[in-house]
Design a protein around this ligand. Structure first.
Ligand code: SAM
Length: 260
C-alpha cells in the first residue's frame, strides 16, 4: 500500500518464519516424528508414490528435472530421487532443493552425507524465497513439489505464479500440506491435540514453545481444501479431478496442478 503497511507486515512475517525455522532446524526431524506420531513419514511416502517421479514411456527414462521448494532438510527430495532411481530406472533425474533458510539446508546437507546422495551431482542446493525464483529459468522444470512449506509463505499467490512460470508445459505442481479435518468429531480431537500437546512437546523436547505455537496457528490459518484448489486454478494450472486427496481424514491433503 501507499503507507507501506503491507510491506511491514510482510517483512515481520518473513522474519518470524525465519526465526522459527532457524530455532527448530536441528530438532526439526525428531519433532516431526513426535508431533505427528510418525505419520508424516507415511504421508510423504504416499505423496511421492502418487507423483511417480521419473516415469517415462522409455527405459531408461530420460530423467526429470525436479524442484523441491521449502525443501528443508531434504525429506521429500531424497524420497523423490529414490523413487526415480529404484522404481523408474531414472538415475538421470536431478533435483534442486530450495529453501529460504540456510540453517534448514545445512541440516539437509548433513543428512545427505548419510545417504547414497552424499555430494551427488544430482542434488543442487539453493537458498531462495519461493516467491521469487529468479535464478530458475521459465519453462525448465518437470516437477515442482512443496511439502509443509506453502502455509509459511507470506504471499502464496505469488509463489504459485512462480511455480507456474518455472514449470514446463505439462509439468506438475504437487503440494503436501496440512488441511481441514472433514469429520467434526475427529476435528475436535485433533484440535485438542494440536493446540494442547504440540506446543507442550515443543517446550519439552526442543525447549521452544513459541515456535511450535506458531506452527499450530499457521496450520489453522491456511486455506482449506476447496479454497486452496481454487488458488491453484487461479494461478493458471489445470486441476485433475476434484483437485486434492485427503490424508488421515483431512489432517493433510495433496493438491496437484498441471501447467497446460
Ligand atoms: N519440505 C520439508 C519437509 O516436508 O520436511 C520442510 C518443511 S518445513 C515445515 C517448512 C520450510 O519452509 C522451512 O524449511 C522454511 O525455512 C521454509 N520456508 C518458509 N518460508 C519460505 C519461503 N518464503 N520460501 C522458501 N522456503 C520457505
Amino acid at each position: 500500500t501507499h503507507f507501506g503497511f503491507e510491506t511491514v507486515a510482510e517483512a515481520e512475517k518473513e522474519a518470524r518464519v525465519a526465526g522459527v525455522f532457524s530455532n527448530v532446524a536441528a530438532s526439526y526431524d525428531t519433532m516431526n516424528d513426535f508431533m505427528s506420531l510418525g505419520i508424516h513419514r507415511l504421508w510423504k511416502d504416499h505423496f511421492v508414490r502418487s507423483i511417480n517421479p521419473g516415469s517415462s514411456s522409455t527405459s531408461p527414462s530420460p530423467g526429470w528435472t525436479m524442484l523441491d521448494i521449502a525443501g528443508g532438510t531434504g525429506d521429500i527430495a531424497f524420497r523423490l530421487l529414490d523413487h526415480c532411481t529404484n522404481i523408474n530406472n531414472s538415475p538421470q533425474s536431478t533435483i534442486t532443493i530450495s529453501d529460504i533458510n540456510p540453517s534448514m539446508l545445512s541440516e539437509g546437507k548433513k543428512r545427505s552425507l548419510a545417504t547414497s546422495y552424499a555430494n551427488s551431482p544430482r542434488i543442487n542446493w539453493l537458498v531462495a524465497n519461493a516467491e521469487n525464483l529468479e535464478t530458475i529459468e521459465s519453462d525448465s522444470i518437470d516437477l515442482y513439489t512443496v511439502a509443509f512449506g506453502i502455509r509459511n509463505f507470506t504471499n502464496k499467490e505469488k509463489a504459485l505464479r512462480e511455480a507456474y512460470r518455472v514449470l514446463k508445459p505439462g509439468g506438475v505442481f504437487a503440494c503436501l500440506e496440512f488441511s481441514g479435518v472433514t469429520n467434526p468429531l475427529f476435528d475436535a480431537v485433533y484440535k485438542r491435540w494440536s493446540f494442547g500437546a504440540i506446543p507442550l512437546i515443543g517446550q519439552l523436547v526442543a525447549g521452544d514453545r513459541a515456535s511450535y505455537q506458531y506452527l499450530v496457528e499457521s496450520i489453522e490459518k491456511f486455506p482449506k481444501q476447496e479454497e486452496f484448489r481454487d488458488m491453484i486454478k487461479e494461478a493458471g494450472f489445470v486441476v485433475p479431478g476434484k483437485g486434492w486427496e485427503d490424508l488421515t481424514g483431512g489432517i493433510a491433503a495433496i493438491h496437484k496442478g498441471i501447467k497446460p
